[in-house]
Design a protein around this ligand. Structure first.
Ligand SMILES: [Zn+2]
Length: 240
């Protein structure tokens, strides 16, 4: 069953497609506040819209010059934001092996994985490859499955769960992938889904600390003008 949502009498719309009807998520799931998370028009869930909220809150020029690569189709990012945008679909069109990415060094300025790294057997090889194809000004955008909800990452010898994951990441993500030793910087952004208000966590990794500092500054600045946006906008960001 699909319902309309409203905040202070203003209809809530999907920030990805403009849809106004929402239903239960996979397996009938509702948010912890009992709201339906699934956009009936574009199929987006909380994490897609919360991630889109981050990028649509940053200046247009932030992505317009970047060569983007996304592993797995994901509604959070719009290809038109980028100078170039390539999508790798596992087992499908343009499928790239994360453990051996057949692309040149430093050939992308933005690489995005949402609920993907969990499913790669040798995730350390995949991480090395991601760093290899990332340019000096590049950003690695990771959406991990509830990584803030567990202290330590878990590894599984065989594919586990209905979707077949090999890893579930925890708050030890930076140590696990030796970010400090590799001279990498991490910004964890907490954002909210504009439809349900549910909180989500995004990991941004870069070699250049100034990029992440600027993202942080821009997201703080946009909150200062949140009165320009609607009452259900939830343009709220926090950082770790
Ligand atoms: Zn939608």
């Amino acid at each position: 069953m699909a319902t309309e949502l409203a905040v202070d009498g203003i209809p809530v719309t999907c920030n990805i497609c403009g849809g106004t009807l929402f239903g239960a998520g996979p397996a009938g799931r509702l948010t912890t506040e009992g709201k339906p998370p699934h956009c009936m028009q574009c199929g987006s869930l909380e994490r897609h819209r919360a991630n889109r909220r981050i990028f649509e809150s940053l200046p247009v020029g932030f992505l317009s010059w970047r060569r983007g690569l996304q592993f797995g189709p994901d509604l959070a990012l719009s290809p038109v934001w980028f100078y170039r945008f390539e999508i790798s679909i596992y087992g499908g069109a343009n499928s790239l092996d994360l453990q051996r990415i057949t692309r040149d060094d430093a050939s992308y300025d933005f690489v995005s994985l949402s609920h993907v790294l969990e499913f790669v057997l040798d995730d350390h090889a995949a991480f090395r490859e991601l760093l290899r194809i990332l340019s000096p000004q590049g950003i690695l955008h990771l959406v991990l499955s509830q990584a803030n909800g567990r202290p330590n990452s878990l590894d599984f010898a065989a594919a586990t769960g209905t979707h077949g994951y090999f890893h579930l990441y925890g708050r030890d993500f930076a140590e696990r992938f030796r970010l400090r030793e590799r001279d990498l910087h991490l910004l964890i952004v907490a954002s909210r889904d504009p439809v349900t208000g549910a909180g989500e966590i995004t990991h941004l990794i870069a070699r250049a600390p100034a990029i992440l500092a600027s993202v942080r500054t821009a997201l703080i600045a946009v909150q200062a003008i949140k009165s320009l946006f609607g009452p259900g906008d939830y343009r709220e960001f926090a950082f770790e």
